[in-house]
Design a protein around this ligand. Structure first.
Ligand SMILES: [Cu+2]
Length: 148
């Protein structure tokens, strides 16, 4: 009897775990990425997100700077494109581990940004010359979210 109950619990737990797993895998997270029409590294970053399982829609725009500002990112901290994922904004060539950290920890911020276009960051070519500093965007001055 106890063995039977244990078996049911084990199967039940397996089904719950499996459906949670497949539920996550089946639905690719939607991303809208705004970029200047001529930006090539932004396209590469969109592909990088796609390779990591996101469904990316690229929207060319000439209003990237004001749009980024409206999203809470002052000019000094803006990346070369602006992506909206869930309720967060991700600006610039932010590595996927940081995007995942943001989406799983869900801190009370507007989003994150990697200013400039550091070589070696995802979507940019060349060697990585040092750690990337990713800033968090909130109501106040940006502060460091993480480095990687
Ligand atoms: Cu870029």
């Amino acid at each position: 009897m106890i063995k039977k109950v244990m078996a049911f619990i084990t199967i039940g737990a397996f089904i719950v775990a499996a459906s949670a797993f497949y539920g996550q895998e089946a639905v690719a997270k939607e991303v809208t990425l705004y970029k200047n029409p001529q930006c090539g590294c932004c396209e590469s970053y969109a592909d990088y997100l796609r390779e990591n399982g996101f469904a990316v829609t690229v929207e060319p725009t000439h209003d990237l700077v004001p749009m980024s500002k409206k999203a809470g990112i002052s000019e000094d901290f803006q990346g070369c494109h602006l992506a909206f994922i869930d309720d967060f904004v991700v600006s610039g060539h932010v590595p996927i581990d940081t995007v995942k950290k943001l989406l799983s920890e869900r801190p009370n911020i507007k989003g994150v940004t990697l200013p400039g276009m550091p070589t070696g960051s995802p979507g940019m070519g060349g060697p990585k010359t040092g750690p990337f500093t990713i800033y968090q965007i909130g109501d106040d001055q940006p502060t460091i979210y993480t480095t990687e």
